[in-house]
Design a protein around this ligand. Structure first.
Ligand SMILES: [Ca+2]
Length: 376
């Protein structure tokens, strides 16, 4: 099949691409690549995000606003339903969920009916959400309906990281990526329990700079749709969706102090964007790929730290919404030493989820929730 049609443009690239020309540049499985298989464990209604919950269970967010827990018999009845408060217009919906590291609080990231990005908190008691404790932690108005970002994760430091896209449209018309006076086009780092509605960690990189928002951890991002922390090392990985030419994976070591400039919209990957000039402090991606058969909208995943597939340990898995192939980066000392095609296709790969035991799941926006298993 040379042309894949996609049911819904959620990640911010598809409006620019009507077909993907597969060429000889298509990757083929490397002989030394780990052998994996996708095992479908459930069907959700447009799964968009997920996280490991209390007891290691996988919690799945459905884009229209429901959250369900994966059990042995598939997904249970919704444990949360905010579908009256969000829409699936453009790239909107329930876009991220996360538990605090102690599982005492649960966070959701969604766009409200006006399209405003919203992070809400719930207390958790005995593994269950307490709806009466819901409160809004942070909001960000969105000038356009695309590039909302919306992924949320807790770092090892116990702080909540929030990814926002550049505000949308195309080409970053407001220059948000390089503008430190907006939360758009940024990765944020906040302490949601440290104040009302939240506190700024004192060691955030721009604290004390009156021209920069204190919440900012890193900048120069276009649509950091999915990011993660390596469960083994704490290193940060960001899949930043490209404009029309280059998809990229960015990385920062766990020991970093933040403040990284990932280049957008002066740079797209390692290439100047339009008449862009490379910022002196540009942190180039550890991996980039073009659209000659490799996809058109990167979906960042996780460094594999599970037990089931020893040959995959320490490798960073990712995919592409348009292409669906699950790929892995081999890393050494923070540098990519190999890229492999794992030979499985996850469909409309919108997200990966890391279960409590470190095993990984692939979410196909069309419905399937699949676990990455060793090949039989
Ligand atoms: Ca970049």
């Amino acid at each position: 099949m040379n042309v894949r049609t996609r049911s819904s443009a959620i990640i911010g690239a598809l409006c620019l691409v009507t077909s993907v020309a597969f060429t000889s540049a298509s990757a083929s499985p490397r002989e030394d690549a780990a052998k994996v298989a996708l095992t479908k464990v459930a069907t959700a209604k447009n799964p968009s995000a997920g996280t490991a919950g209390p007891g290691g269970a996988v919690w799945i967010a459905e884009r229209a606003g429901t959250v369900r827990v994966l059990g042995k018999q598939g997904l249970g009845e919704p444990v949360l339903d905010i579908s009256a408060e969000t829409t699936t217009d453009g790239e909107r919906g329930l876009l991220g969920i996360a538990f605090a590291n102690d599982f005492k609080h649960f966070y959701i990231s969604y766009t409200d009916l006006e399209g405003t990005s919203t992070i809400d908190e719930f207390a958790v008691r005995k593994g269950k959400l307490r709806p009466e404790t819901r409160r809004t932690v942070l909001t960000q108005t969105q000038p356009y309906a695309n590039h909302n970002g919306g992924d949320i994760k807790f770092g090892r430091d116990g702080y909540l990281y929030i990814a926002f896209g550049d505000g949308g449209s195309g080409g970053d018309p407001h220059g948000n990526g390089q503008n430190l006076d907006t939360l758009l086009g940024k990765l944020l780092r906040i302490d949601p329990r440290g104040g009302k509605p939240y506190a700024i960690p004192k060691d955030n990189p721009f604290v004390g700079d009156p021209k920069a928002k204190d919440e900012i951890w890193a900048y120069g991002l276009r649509n950091p749709w999915r990011f993660s922390f390596d469960k083994g090392t704490g290193d940060l990985f960001i899949g930043d969706v490209g404009q029309s030419a280059w998809e990229e994976i960015d990385r920062a070591p766990a020991a970093g102090k933040g403040g990284e400039n990932y280049g957008w919209s002066q740079m797209e990957g390692t290439h100047p964007f339009r008449d862009g000039t490379e910022p002196a402090n540009h942190v180039p991606p550890v991996h980039e790929y073009d659209r000659t058969g490799l996809g058109c909208s990167v979906t960042g995943g996780f460094v594999y730290r599970g037990k089931a597939i020893p040959g995959l340990r320490g490798q960073y898995l990712f995919s592409d919404y348009c292409d669906g192939t699950v790929r892995a980066l081999k890393l050494k000392d923070g540098k990519v030493t190999g890229v492999s095609d794992l030979g499985v296709n996850g469909g409309e790969v919108v997200s990966f989820v890391q279960g409590g035991n470190g095993e990984l799941y692939v979410l196909d926006l069309g419905g399937p929730v699949s676990r990455i298993d060793p090949a039989a």
